[in-house]
Design a protein around this ligand. Structure first.
Ligand SMILES: [Ca+2]
Length: 172
């Protein structure tokens, strides 16, 4: 089972404060948050690690008797999981999303896609970037590096303003 430990929406919070003074979210800001929520939900639906069993028990680590978790340098999609043409349909664990860069101005040239691998309508000129790393050494559990993963999601709006969303996924 995958759980979100914390969602740090500092950028959004400060933006919200500004916009409370100004009146409301802009149309693109609202769309950016909706896009982020969709992607966060997609990532949360995946297993913690390639070596986690379905259901997450036992967790991947040596302590609990499970398989070892993927080592840090190998985070990212496993061989065969990056479809051709590109899509995320074969992604099956949280860190497969490490390195995702889709949409307007992306370094990969990948289009912004939905979970089924289709072009995501209504999000022209938006960009999504994702980085995943282990965060257990700062999470309040056993202190093992593999206790959790940090997902950093950046959604850039057509006007160039970026919203950052960071959350942690627990290994259990
Ligand atoms: Ca995988």
């Amino acid at each position: 089972m995958i759980a979100i430990l914390a969602v740090a929406l500092t950028t959004v919070t400060s933006m919200l404060a500004q916009n409370t003074l100004r009146g409301a979210y802009t149309y693109d800001e609202t769309k950016a948050v909706e896009l982020a929520e969709s992607i966060i939900g997609e990532i949360r639906s995946k297993r913690f690690d390639e070596n986690s069993p379905v259901g997450g028990v036992p967790p991947c680590d040596e302590v609990s008797g499970g398989s070892a978790c993927t080592i840090s340098v190998n985070l990212g999609p496993e061989a065969g999981e990056t479809a051709s043409p590109y899509s995320r349909v074969n992604f099956d664990d949280v860190d497969d999303y490490d390195g995702v860069d889709e949409g307007s101005g992306s370094s990969t040239g990948h289009s912004l896609l939905d979970v089924a691998g289709n072009q995501r309508p209504g999000y022209q000129n938006f960009r999504v970037q994702i980085a995943v790393s282990y965060s257990g050494h700062v999470a309040p559990r056993s202190g093992e590096l593999t206790d959790s993963k940090k997902v950093q999601l950046t959604v850039t709006q057509p006007n160039g303003e970026a919203l950052d969303f960071t959350f942690h996924v627990a290994n259990y």
